[in-house]
Design a protein around this ligand. Sequence first.
Ligand SMILES: Nc1ncnc2c1ncn2[C@@H]1O[C@H](COP(=O)(O)OP(=O)(O)OP(=O)(O)O)[C@@H](O)[C@H]1O
Ligand SMILES: [Mg+2]
Length: 628
Amino acid sequence: MSAAKHSNSLAPITEAELKHLKMPYRRLLPYLRPWLGRFFLGMGLGALAASFNAVMILGLQLIFQLVLDGASKDLSMPVEMAFVGKINLGEMLGLEPGTPMGLWGVIAACACIPLLMFLSGVLEYLNKYCLAWVGTKMLFQIRSDVFAAIMRQSPAFFATTKAGELMQVVSHQSRVAQSHALQVVQLISNRPLTIIVILATLFAMDWFFTLMSLVVFPLCLAPILVIGRRVRKVGAREEKEVGAMMTAMHESFTGIRLVKANAREDYECKRFDRANREMTRNILRWTRATEMIGPIVEAVASIGIAAGLVYFWWKERPAHELIVLVLALSKIYPPAKELSKVSLLMQKTVYAINNIFRVLDRQPDITDAPDARRLPRVSGAIRFDEVSFAYHAPSGAKLEKAAVRGVSLDLQPGKFYALVGPSGAGKSTLFSLLLRFYDPDSGRVLLDGEDIRLATVSSLRENIGMVSQDTFLFHDTIRENIRYGRLDATEDEILAASKQAHAHEFIQQIQGGYDAVVGDAGCNLSGGQKQRISIARAILRNAPVLLLDEATSALDTETEKIIQDAIETLAQGRTVIAIAHRLSTILEADQIIVMNEGRVEAVGPHQTLLQTSPLYQKLYQLQYQNGG
Ligand SMILES: Nc1ncnc2c1ncn2[C@@H]1O[C@H](COP(=O)(O)OP(=O)(O)OP(=O)(O)O)[C@@H](O)[C@H]1O
Ligand SMILES: [Mg+2]
């Protein structure tokens, strides 16, 4: 049996917690495992691309020397190379000593430069693509899992969690986690090795020059480290603000009718702006810091190059060597610059991933017991056995005032029960308990003599149909909206159900009929029409128990008669509990259950209750008699 756990609520990550967030590497591993091969291939390609820098530099050195050196016209002249020593190209190509290169020879040598660049580009592309592929596959799984985890939660969870925040976790946070984590992996797989390879090659070519130009290198590490630390926290904060913005947006969109009716557009815009402004400020904060790194690094690097030039003049070294050295040197700094971004990216990723796992880890309040049994189709005998239940306050503690107290009821299969009582009496709560949206604090709810906590949640709910006050329709065709009651229903069954619900007539008058999309132009249904669709849905579902929460909104007499008819059809052969707002419903009921302040005050047929229950008399006079 699952006790309701409210301690693991999804409160947003606080500033204090932000400091202690860690990367849950081990948790990510299962998502990576299926793609380990590709992952290591991507990493390997990153290393290969980095190592290729040595080939590039040495190749360039060779080409420059061949083309620019005075002696290059003669191919038999040996070329001096780092690591490799002297290479005699003429001999390698089997040329006569003293063969001049000529124009075509020079062009051929120079054509190797774009070729080298191209090869290096291909390696880098493959490295990026491989890792992006892995990341995308991981993201797919993570997103599915997060959505499934949210779907498993009980209604109590949704009552206290902002939908906008959940959407932000599913869509935005998982995307941030994926793209940033990938960039980090890509940078780490390639950049440090790139720097090492280039440095090693440079040292081999001219250790003194390299050393001189690199004396200043630590100088550029300083801003990277200092600024990096500053922007880390800002990154996580920005992600938080995105969440706040999405929540504001989602609430204004879903509540748009309320917003419009109260002319609160400006108010909503201000609310959105607050979150938007905070986010913008954070973005600017870290942009200011990170964009400073580039110019600083470049300025510092240029000192090294200037010093190197002086050294070359002094040593009277050939110019082509300087060109290659400067070229190679300038390739060290961009990777260093990029590495400085890693800590910002990491911080955002850590925040996003922690958020994702927070959702994934949340245990639903209502779960199947380990030995839960599938309920077969029940006959519909319902028993409430001394049931008491109190809701939770947003803080997580139980509310002092119970919504339902010591309710005992015995409902016969196939009978029609009307549930009446003043507002807040606990009528809807009784429905929620029967549907097992909540578990009672004490007592039991039995269906066909079996405690519903011992049955699987899905089989319990398959046995219960529900027509609620506020009919929800999906933005889909009318047909699919009806089919939602039973997904494998055939076309004929859908048609029959909608005829029984008296929905067929009006559906046919709508342009597009069953294929009209609810919510699209021309298919905005009235309250009464929506109700009939939801009745058709319930008929199709064909559950032995039917919970009916009558709409409070008044319908015209004709529509009411039609709906009454539809409900009568629906009620046949089922146990029905109807929260009644109409006289016709209570008059039709076999038994009327009178509730007040969470307790059952009286049960009986209409005439008897009029004699015995003062509360029922009062309700009848105030609520039903005039309306009927
Ligand atoms: N999600 C909730 N969290 C906290 N308290 C709740 C929640 N839902 C209902 N309550 C409280 O429980 C009590 C019973 O509510 P319930 O919705 O069952 O009343 P009701 O009889 O259906 O009323 P109505 O006729 O107005 O629909 C009320 O005092 C209500 O304020
Ligand atoms: Mg209610």
